[in-house]
Design a protein around this ligand. Structure first.
Ligand SMILES: [Zn+2]
Length: 300
């Protein structure tokens, strides 16, 4: 508390220069929240509503898998009031730096606990990290993020909770739209680029066949591509989904081999600078994804 008072006095004297005063908060006494990648950044920004300063470690338009950190970012992590990240091998550099963080550390994947199914056999990662693509798991994450902000800044708890509540209602509507929109479809197999949509598929009764593994850079073998092409023909699949932040080369090769088309399905691992500028959000991109899936699977 004394730090806050001292910081406030300093702001008055210095004329609110807006630079961080070191330690865990900003010069004007607000908590500094550091999010490891886009979905956590958006959740924290919505919940903070200006009461906290939120930054994103993954640059716009970059893939978050295996993100490498600059020295400056490591310092940011150390000094954050709240660090939000997704553990178990998704971004190992952040997990390593988190060991030295002075503020609250929230591994949202670890905190989902019993909500998560067991990891798929034979996967490199101990568990599939793509929890944010299931609107209901993402709602649980939003609840954890709100708790972390309230813990770091109890004076604004009511505001954080109200903001989280409003956001969660939007996510609830999104979940209903998915459940309703994917209820009655001609096909239920979605062929994706990397294996990012298993939680979403499981939630709404679909099956995911991924061209690559849990990480986007893993290349499929020619045998895997051939067996996928055979499956695509057998299932009557019309569309191979490519992604926003990864080259569509492999998805296009498979589509060509199987004689089908491609469409972009956004795994929301990050927004491009243009998408962010255009005002796209988790909910708007997910609604776009729903429309894309409905077309591909022939849903009514
Ligand atoms: Zn991924």
């Amino acid at each position: 508390m004394r730090h806050v008072v001292v910081a406030l006095v300093a702001v008055v004297v210095a004329g609110a220069c807006g630079t961080s005063g070191g330690g865990t908060g900003t010069a004007d006494g607000r908590p500094r929240v550091v999010a490891s990648f886009y979905p956590l950044f958006e959740a924290a920004t919505r919940i903070a509503g200006g009461h906290a300063v939120v930054s994103n470690l993954t640059p716009a338009g970059s893939e978050p898998h295996d993100l490498e950190l600059t020295t400056r970012q490591v310092d940011h992590i150390e000094d954050a009031s709240v660090l939000l990240f997704l553990g178990r091998g998704f971004q190992p550099a952040i997990e390593k730096a988190a060991a030295r963080a002075k503020g609250a550390k929230v591994d949202v994947l670890g905190e989902l606990g019993s909500l998560l199914p067991a990891p798929a056999a034979g996967t490199q990662l101990t568990i599939d990290p793509h929890v944010w693509l299931d609107p209901r798991l993402f709602t649980a994450i939003v609840g954890r993020v709100a708790g972390a902000l309230a813990g770091a800044d109890p004076a604004n708890r009511a505001s954080y909770e109200a903001n989280a509540g409003a956001y969660m209602r939007e996510l609830d509507d999104l979940d209903s739209a998915f459940a309703q929109g994917l209820r009655s479809c001609d096909r239920r197999v979605m062929v994706t680029s990397h294996a990012a949509f298993a939680y979403l598929a499981a939630r709404y009764g679909l099956t995911q066949e991924a061209v690559a593994g849990l990480a986007p850079e893993s290349e499929p073998s020619p045998q895997r591509l051939a067996s996928l092409a055979a499956k695509v023909r057998a299932e009557g699949t019309t569309t191979i989904f490519s992604e926003t932040l990864v080259s569509p080369k492999v998805a296009r090769a498979l589509a060509r081999e199987a004689g089908v088309t491609t469409a972009v399905l956004d795994p929301l691992e990050g927004l491009s600078g243009a998408d962010a500028k255009a005002g796209k959000t988790y909910v708007s991109v997910m609604r776009q994804n729903l429309a894309t899936i409905r077309t591909a699977l022939g849903c009514r």
